[in-house]
Design a protein around this ligand. Structure first.
Ligand code: SF4
Length: 507
């Protein structure tokens, strides 16, 4: 089979949809079609609570840049079929009337993103009945012929339930690893053997750190793993040395000839190039044909052996952020920021902080994402930038200075730490006795894949207005649905930093 249809991420072909033999991300048509088949099979067993874990794992496996392995997706389909053979044909969604297709896509891509968060909580032993039950409810709805009026409330419910899901993951992470504290993270790679760990799964990093203790191997975070440096239980390992490179879309360039193995724990894996394919390992739901997969036994010996074999750089290897900075700062999680709440409120009341911007979300490969660098550079010197997820690599090595000792850029963590940012916004609104939309706070979001979709839906559920979204609007948002979002929420596409800033500062 060499034909496919997929439009679930921002880099979809021509902002319309990937068709033909493979998607822009490198996902072959065979895998795309099997992923559709898998979702159709899940819809067919919606409501069977014996399949909870499988539902979460399978949805996660269909996220962009997670699983490129047809055999693995077929294995998941076979496991779903153990619970029933009533597969829904996903073509019914892709060819539906455009508003129905759009609303069902928002629900489906939203629960795919939420499944990733539920999965991370699940590996740490946390679950939430509201969240788990909703996967079944949403899957059931996808298989119906409900009207737009009936589907729309579910779109917002996806955002509501995702808030619970992110709260669950926040609790799982902070209970297991402690509340993050601010830390400066070097970008230079020390001489000697090292391992790069990419993705979001803190448990995998923990296990790898335990297995590399005392072995003379340094460990560097990559992409969305950067915030791990802030967690007390992880940073107590002295070999957790720094961060390698920038965001996911630069991996094929940054990993070229790297003298070290790279472990992918979640998205975003790109098809590896021959110059480093022999040193890329996957684990959990990430799979790519021909790469060595570390299974649930979590024996990282092959990764460790590869690090020792390759030996690392002979001397210090300077790497920088995209603006030339040698370090980045992270660890301004919910607790760290809220511990400064009194000071922050006073700085606002004294006129020393004029505005907060939440500039966050995913990074990506398409041109136009420099918008977010330029936007941050243009922000007033008395404003604070809250950020999260890998979109921050566009500006997190900039030195924007401090306001009375408070750094102007506060990295709150991974994309799921949007929960922490929401808590900070709610605390500010309480302190000032106003609604979130009345605060001097603006949301400027970059999106790429499906986790960004569920976070956007959470912000809409919370009634957050005037979100600026880029670099392009999702292909799956129909004109009718966009009109609703603009009318109800004032959502707007990015234009240019100067005009957007002027508009946001005079809202
Ligand atoms: Fe295209 Fe994105 Fe789907 Fe990949 S995940 S096939 S790039 S729309």
């Amino acid at each position: 089979m060499n034909e496919m249809f997929c439009f679930q991420c921002e880099q979809t072909a021509q902002c319309k949809g990937c068709t033909g033999r493979a998607g822009v991300c490198g996902k072959p048509a065979e895998v795309a079609n099997l992923q559709d088949k898998l979702v159709g099979a899940l819809i067919g067993i919606a409501g069977n609570r014996k399949a909870d874990r499988l539902v979460i794992t399978s949805l996660f496996a269909t996220i962009t840049n997670v699983d490129f392995d047809a055999a693995k997706i077929q294995e998941l389909i076979d496991q779903v079929h153990v619970y029933g053979h009533n597969d829904y044909d996903m073509q019914d969604i892709w060819t539906a009337e455009e508003d129905i297709r759009s609303l069902k896509s928002l629900i489906l891509f939203g629960i795919k993103g939420m499944a990733a968060y539920a999965y991370h909580a699940m590996v740490l032993g946390y679950s939430d009945e509201t969240v788990t039950a909703y996967f079944h409810e949403a899957l059931y709805a996808l298989g119906t012929s409900w009207t737009a009026e009936r589907l729309l409330p579910l779109v917002l419910k996806t955002g509501e339930v995702n808030l619970s899901c992110m709260a669950m993951l926040d609790k799982a992470n902070t209970t297991t690893y402690g509340d993050p504290t601010p830390v400066v993270v070097p970008l230079t790679i020390e001489p000697g053997p090292f391992i790069v760990v990419s993705g979001h799964d803190l448990k995998d990093l923990q296990l790898l750190l335990e297995q590399t203790d005392g072995k003379g191997i340094n460990v560097y975070t990559h992409g969305e793993m950067l915030p791990a440096h802030g967690y007390p239980l992880l940073k107590k390992h002295p070999q957790l040395k720094g961060n390698f490179g920038t965001a996911w879309q630069n991996q094929q360039k940054e990993f070229d000839g790297i003298p070290a193995p790279v472990l992918f724990t979640t998205n975003c894996l790109m098809p590896p190039r021959p110059s480093y394919a022999d040193r890329v390992f996957t684990t959990e739901v990430v799979e790519y044909p021909s790469l060595v997969h570390i299974d649930e036994d979590k024996d990282f010996s092959p990764v460790i052996a590869k690090a020792l074999e390759l030996g690392g750089y002979p001397e210090k290897h300077r790497m920088t952020g995209i603006n030339g900075g040698d370090t980045v700062t992270t660890g301004f999680g919910r607790a760290a920021v809220l511990s400064q709440a009194g000071k922050v409120v006073k700085l606002v009341k004294d006129g020393k902080i004029s505005h907060f911007f939440l500039v966050g979300g995913c990074d990506g490969a398409k041109p136009g994402r420099n918008y977010f660098t330029d936007f941050v550079k243009e922000t007033p010197k008395d404003s604070v930038i809250l950020t999260l997820a890998c979109g921050k690599y566009r500006f997190n090595d900039l030195d924007l200075g401090t306001i009375e000792g408070l750094p102007r850029i506060l990295d709150m963590g991974q994309c799921n730490d949007a929960y922490g940012a929401i808590q900070v916004a709610l605390a500010l609104s309480q302190a000032f006795g106003c609604g979130v939309n009345d605060l001097p706070l603006s949301f400027v979001l970059s999106w790429y894949e499906q986790k960004a979709v569920c976070i956007l839906l959470t912000l809409l559920y919370l009634g957050v207005k005037r979100i600026v979204l880029g670099p392009t609007l999702p292909a799956f948002v129909s004109p009718g649905v966009l009109d609703f979002l603009v009318t109800q929420y004032g959502i707007a596409p990015v234009t240019n930093p100067k005009d957007d800033l002027a508009r946001l500062l005079h809202k």
